[in-house]
Design a protein around this ligand. Sequence first.
Ligand code: ZN
Length: 175
Amino acid sequence: VFLTFDDGPTPGITEWILSTLKRYDAKATFFVAGSNAARYPSIMARAAAEGHEIGNHTYSHIQMTAATQEKIDSEISRTNALIEAATGSKPKVMRPPYGAINAKLVSRMFNTYGLKSILWNVDTNDWRRPGSAVVVQRALDGAKPGAIILMHDIHSPTRDAALELIPRLKKAGYQ
Ligand code: ZN
């Protein structure tokens, strides 16, 4: 299964999730918002150094399908530059906010920036703050080989959910 955390990095939340991942020898993908990446490059650098993937989630979390070409390019390239500066590598994956994509955007992302569009198929809806136990249960209910689980490392209940979810997925035989 693929654990994905969007919108961070956030001090005290992303770092906690990184420690949990390390404890259970698990990897995740962090789709960072450039505005947070600019403030917390050291958290991104730590995530990359510990073997996690860093993806682009735009700079200002806009709906890219409603943006001009110029805005699309600036959202992608500013965030790419921040990721590369902090981690030493260009990102290979991008998750457009709200999952808003169209053919033109996907081809621009790939042809100009080499970014593959990655959405999700298990939505924990953690941003609605249902409580960490509900987030854990939704993730476990949706887990199957190849599942891409969406969470957000800007909410503290998600940090608590990760602490419970990761060992339970491992125990169920997932990597
Ligand atoms: Zn987002």
